[in-house]
Design a protein around this ligand. Sequence first.
Ligand code: DX5
Ligand code: ZN
Length: 222
Amino acid sequence: MSHEIKISASLACADLLNLERDIHLLENVGIDLLHIDIMDGVFVPNYCLNIDIMRAIKEITAIPMECHLMINDPERYVERIAGAGCQYLSVHYEATPHIQRVLSLIRRYGMKAGIALNPATSVEVLDYITDDIDMVTLMMINPGFAGQALILSMIRKIADTKRFLDMRGKGFIDILVDGNVSISNIPSMVEAGATILVGGSSSVFRKHYSIEESVTLVKSLY
Ligand code: DX5
Ligand code: ZN
């Protein structure tokens, strides 16, 4: 099953004082998705974007939003995130004892359901829920902060996830990679099976390069 590779711009890495400007620049270069990181300071030791910002983004662009929810007990916010106009919602396997119930709830509110895995979490946890997911979000770094370095074993994890899904006839499920999806790491991530690239501080929003230059370069890498 071959996928068209998509780029999801991590807005946490945009110029937060000029977010509307950056979103329109992303529109001009044909970005596929907007990656919205939401954190609770507990599941990860940081805060980031939020539901009100998503609502405001919805007013100014038609680019679909895919939310990466790094909070404990994510079921509490599914309805509000859907109400803010989000099209994809990834929740962490490690953040709730009832992951299958949360994934069903996400779909019930009309969003595509993603499951996010921390670096040490095995792909085997997907075994009984491949019918409940539309995408797998693989963390290439420990979640909570941009600008970290790739954990090298994550390239093997991408390949393991692709093989795991293909063996179950689920090769159509997207594999989103998040964290240090850099100009130098992208080729091996795509080669291993990544289908959605979260472009953050090491690709789409690199210092000293325009968004147009960076996205054009990213698109040339696969
Ligand atoms: C980290 C976030 C990532 C991050 C990516 O917790 O989930 O989306 O913003 O930033 P880079 O690409 O710089 O690692
Ligand atoms: Zn993220």
